[in-house]
Design a protein around this ligand. Structure first.
Ligand SMILES: Cc1cc2nc3c(=O)[nH]c(=O)nc-3n(C[C@H](O)[C@H](O)[C@H](O)COP(=O)(O)O)c2cc1C
Length: 474
């Protein structure tokens, strides 16, 4: 593959796109072309279990696991989830356990192996840096996830959707082989948090290798305030750089902070002046930074370089031929983009995380009321649940997208928290190459799809990640 270097290596960073979009192939291709490649670790446990259950047709995930340093753990995961292609009679699909605050040994093993395999595959056969992305909101798998990524020698970790202030300390403990901990917020009168712990020596029955490398930590932020807090409050040297993500970016966005009025004239927060980031002040923090959200253009790169930054690109890679997106969905979306019919809207209610989510409008997906409306609400993946204190003092979990009567009557949630919510776990799984029968997808995308249009010659045309690099480096 030709390396395209007009700008210094790493000027272009590829966003970690979950669920299943930023595959090892995407990250590796970006790395080989001179960018920073990132796999998505978001809900990696379910990703690996589903790949194995669907036969791991390329064999790559079993190949990666054959390099896992604790073979009995990898074997436990393969024995539990691998089903040869065709699912021969007699082989039952085993349910994938959902995360709780006290996950089973099998689920911890699955999560460690998944994050290991994703990073290992992205790093295979070259020496360039590869990172992994997590969402601070999806907290229970983080201890096991980071352990797996570190065992595969991940070079950097990016974390968005929340305040990732616990990550550096947790990473330091893991690479030192000490017991690591992570505080999970609990909604409750008396209990405000629960601390999950992970002791690698106890789990593996032996010490972790002593030469584990501490990955760089790059928080994803949308305000000067959060960047400054992380710089000032964390021990010196905890942060190696920032990704600054603007409102036009795909995936989840930071909630708006600017006072305004909605269409009915009621006071609300809108995106405006208060959401703008002062890049000069970010540069003054003295660390490298990358700007994401409609920066994937020649002008975008120039603008970023002029403030001393690089760019983070998501959307252009998400619709490229190598991405983990469902090929049929990707083709239809690209055709819409080419025809100039792409509409991407910010949905404030849909995501159970409570964060605004960018949704690409497309027939047959949850952007349509006719698809969303008749859906039976469900929670059978459980990655986006909140933990809450029950009246008896125990801790339960609930998802605002689960059946309203469960959320409100059985679990004491507020009805207003359920309004407009959709099962993002299933919708994102369905948006990938994995089969997720009976669950309609949702496509998330940034608002700026201009580069995609420029790369296509007709509505059936496609493009590769190398095409994106060539375009941005011209
Ligand atoms: C399909 C898709 C999924 C995304 N998922 C995530 C995610 O899981 N975590 C994250 O930090 N950012 C996520 N993002 C944001 C990207 O990492 C990146 O910062 C952003 O897309 C850059 O702006 P652009 O979309 O205009 O290129 C996602 C973006 C897209 C398009």
């Amino acid at each position: 593959m030709d390396t395209i270097f007009k700008f210094p290596r790493g000027t272009i960073r590829q966003g970690g796109m979950g669920f299943g979009i930023s595959t090892p192939l995407v990250a590796k291709t970006v790395a080989l072309l001179g960018g920073y490649g990132t796999v998505t670790g978001v809900i990696g446990d379910r990703f690996l279990a589903m790949v194995l259950q669907q036969g791991d047709p390329t064999g790559e995930y079993r190949r990666a696991l054959s390099h896992f340093p604790f073979p009995s753990i990898a074997k436990m995961v393969i024995d539990a989830f691998y089903i040869p292609v065709g699912n021969p009679e007699g082989v039952q699909i085993r349910g994938i356990p959902m995360f709780t605050l006290d996950p089973s040994r099998l689920l911890i093993a699955l999560t460690i192996c998944a994050n290991f395999a994703l990073v290992w595959l992205a790093k295979e056969g070259h020496k360039y840096p590869i990172g992994i992305n997590y969402l601070a909101k999806v907290a229970p798998p983080l201890l096991a996830g980071v352990t797996g990524a570190v065992l595969a020698e991940v070079d950097f970790v990016t974390v968005g959707a929340g305040i990732p202030d616990q990550i550096p300390g947790m990473m330091r403990d893991i690479v030192s082989g000490r017991e690591a901990s992570y505080r999970i917020p609990i909604i409750g009168e008396n209990i405000k948090s629960h601390t999950m712990t992970f002791d690698p020596k106890r789990f593996f029955g032996e010490k972790l290798p002593s030469d584990l490398k501490l990955p760089d930590f790059l928080p994803i932020v949308s305000s000067n305030l959060l960047a400054t807090i992380l710089m000032n409050d964390l021990p010196k040297g905890s942060v190696q750089g920032f990704v600054i993500e603007g409102e036009p970016a795909g995936g989840h966005n930071a909630p708006p902070r600017t006072p305004g009025v909605d269409s009915s004239g009621a006071k609300c927060r809108v995106y405006g002046k208060k959401d703008e980031v002062d890049f000069k002040r970010i540069a003054d923090l003295g660390l490298p930074f990358w700007i994401g959200g409609a920066y994937a253009s020649v002008e975008g790169i120039k603008k970023a370089l002029s403030v001393g930054a690089g760019i983070q690109v998501g959307t252009a890679f998400a619709f490229a031929e190598e991405s983990g997106m469902n090929p049929d969905t990707r083709r239809k979306a690209r055709a819409k983009i080419y025809r100039g019919e792409a509409h991407v809207r910010t949905h404030y209610e849909f995501s159970p995380t409570g964060f605004p989510l960018k949704i690409f409008e497309m027939e047959g997906t949850l952007s349509e009321q006719s698809v969303y409306g008749p859906l039976v609400r469900t929670c059978d993946q459980g990655a986006l649940v909140y933990f809450y204190e029950r009246p008896d003092g125990s801790i339960g979990s609930r998802c605002p997208a689960e059946p309203v009567e469960d959320f409100v009557e059985r679990k004491g949630g507020k009805i207003e928290d359920t309004e407009g919510r959709g099962c993002l776990c299933n919708a994102l799984i369905s948006n990938t190459f994995l089969t997720n029968k009976g669950k309609p997808p949702v496509i998330t995308s940034g608002v700026d799809v201009g580069i995609i249009r420029s790369l296509m010659k007709n509505e059936n045309d496609s493009y590769s990640i190398a095409d994106v690099f060539r375009f941005l480096h011209c």
